[in-house]
Design a binder for this molecule. Structure first.
Ligand SMILES: Cc1ncc(C[n+]2csc(CCOP(=O)(O)OP(=O)(O)O)c2C)c(N)n1
Ligand SMILES: [Mg+2]
Length: 536
């Protein structure tokens, strides 16, 4: 459990004093929510955070919204003012159920202590089943002190809540028929593949159909990034060959993905030649953005198993694969070397130094896109990134949560110099609790992604994007962490090795080419094969 105390949760914190599980005091409630999220993404279990009423609760909300957008199971517990004061503008009162309604899967205000055990049981059930998401429990401080008989319900019965797990057999049959007829099929895999634990089934399907796979940011690792059938990420900063593939495919099999605008670009031009099969556990995702031909509601793992069983005829994709190979050769992901350190090179070196085995958290901006493009994720639950909300300040506390969930693995936060300063106080949390994460700051002296848009679309008018940064090395040292710096290409690999060998929290200040851009790039609102830059 990650959290921060205050008046309205004092009774709970008194119990935490000798609780049989570990509690980690973060230094900002937002970080507690992100740490719980990072823990959940890495372990697949529910992450838990707690904060006091009023400002404690409102500080949690950015983290809760981050988890909501990315379907991450989190239970967020908040204190509330005394029951009889609710609605009175009491000290540190905020309408937490009101504020969190649109950013939670479900929320509760506990009015009677006799409901508490049932509500906690339900909250964990709702957070972790179906399409996962955050659940908030708001507990008035007087309810926290009331006594009752402890009754833990064995069964959970939530009225109106029954997620569908198995796909409709008729739809599976139709999908199998469509697949067999297709000449240019493409699998478009999202975070749902990872959430449902369907990686093995996805690999089996792709190999059986000899069909390429492209992934969303949250889907990376759901299919091995180094597999010959992998096209990497698609969309705004996707690979050219993934975007060409989806624009030329005659069949798109979308699995646990929601046709987000960062993926589709101009909607009416998206995948114009393709029939679409959409596998998703959330019926409200179906045909929300793009009209699909064969929806299959249910859990990806179950449905892929059903589909694998149903498929007796498979398409001949030889020509299609060779067309894709040509795009791959003609338009690979590239960058030009320069006199200053290139961020892409840093990520490549982190990949090599960690044998692709690290857990990578990212902040938001260019750093995030480079981490998605240049580290190859071969396994699920290895990349933690705020995809839906795009929350700067997510990566460092999420890395801390990830390291708690997976203590033996190296955990890197690929950070921007702007983003890291949004939760930099968590250096204290990491050092105090010996949570030895490594932070690679791609220090370009800018709010780089915004600067890139200003360069390309606002005539290089860099309005409030240059940053005045602290000395990150000294700052890390002042917290008792280790600070390293690299300013030249030759220093990159040895600095990474040194960080990996250091038994402490490490901040690396990589001073990179300040005006490097993320390419390829699809300008907002354009069709996704209209890429600029980075094309050989
Ligand atoms: C909380 C929050 N505020 C603002 C933004 C808008 N935004 C997106 S990327 C970015 C710049 C990030 O700068 P930095 O962390 O240095 O990363 P870089 O792009 O330079 O790698 C900003 C301001 C955001 N995503 N999140
Ligand atoms: Mg920056």
């Amino acid at each position: 459990m990650f959290g921060y105390p205050g008046g309205a949760v004092l009774p709970i914190f008194d119990k935490l004093y000798d609780a049989p599980f570990s509690f980690i005091l973060t230094h900002h409630e937002q970080a507690a929510a992100h740490a719980a999220d990072g823990y959940a993404r890495v372990t697949g279990k529910v992450g838990v955070c707690i904060a006091t009423s009023g400002p404690g609760a409102t500080n949690l909300t950015t983290g809760i919204a981050t988890s909501f957008m990315d379907s991450i199971p989190v239970v967020a517990i908040t204190g509330q003012v005394k029951t009889h004061l609710i609605g009175n503008d009491a000290f540190q009162e905020a309408d937490v159920t009101g504020i969190t309604r649109p950013i939670t899967k479900h929320n509760y205000l506990v009015k009677d202590v006799r409901d508490l055990a049932r509500i906690v049981r339900e909250a964990f059930h709702i957070a972790s089943t179906g399409r996962p998401g955050p659940v908030a429990i708001d507990i008035p401080v007087d309810v926290q002190t009331h006594e009752t008989e402890f009754n833990w319900p064995e069964e959970v019965e939530v009225r109106g809540y029954k997620p569908t797990y198995f796909g409709h057999p008729g739809q599976i049959k139709k999908a199998a028929r469509l697949i067999a007829k297709s000449k240019k099929p493409l699998i478009y895999a999202g975070g749902g593949v990872i959430i449902s634990g369907a990686s093995a089934e996805l690999k089996a399907l792709a190999e059986k159909l000899n069909t390429p796979v492209t992934m969303t940011l949250l889907g990376l690792g759901g299919f091995p990034g180094t597999h010959p059938l992998s096209l990497g990420m698609l969309g705004m900063h996707g690979t050219a060959f993934a975007n060409y593939a989806i624009m030329n495919a005659d069949l798109v099999i979308a699995i646990g993905a929601r046709f987000d605008d960062r993926v589709t670009g101009r909607l009416d031009a998206f995948a114009p030649h393709a029939k679409i099969i959409h596998i998703d556990i959330d019926p409200s995702s179906i045909s929300k953005n793009v009209k699909v031909d064969i929806p299959i509601v249910g859990d990806a793992k179950h449905i892929l198993n059903q589909l694998l069983e149903e498929l007796d005829k498979v398409p001949d994709t030889k020509e299609w694969i060779s067309a894709i190979e040509q795009w791959k050769q003609k338009h690979p992901l590239t960058y030009k070397e320069g006199t200053r350190i290139k961020p892409q090179y840093i990520i490549e070196q982190i990949y090599e130094a960690t044998n692709g085995e690290a857990i990578i958290a990212t902040e938001v901006g260019q750093n995030q896109m480079w981490a998605a493009q240049w580290y190859k994720y071969n396994k699920p639950r290895r990349l933690l990134s705020s995809g839906g909300l795009g929350t700067m300040g997510y990566g460092f506390p999420a890395a801390i949560g990830a390291k708690v969930g997976s203590p033996k693995r190296q955990v890197f936060d690929i950070a921007g110099d702007g983003s890291i300063q949004m939760n930099i106080q968590e250096l204290a949390t990491a050092v105090t609790n010996k949570i030895y994460v490594k932070v690679a700051i791609l220090n370009n002296g800018y709010l780089g992604m915004v600067r890139q848009w200003q360069e390309l679309f606002y005539k290089r008018r860099y309005s409030y994007t240059p940053l005045c940064n602290p000395d990150f090395v000294k700052l890390a040292e002042s917290y008792g962490a280790v600070g390293l710096r690299a300013t030249k290409n030759q220093e990159v690999r040895p600095t990474i090795e040194k960080a990996l060998a250091t038994d402490n929290v490490v901040f690396i200040d990589f001073q990179i080419e300040p005006e490097e851009n993320v390419y390829p790039m699809v300008p907002a609102g354009e069709a996704i094969d209209r890429m600029i830059g980075g094309m050989a």
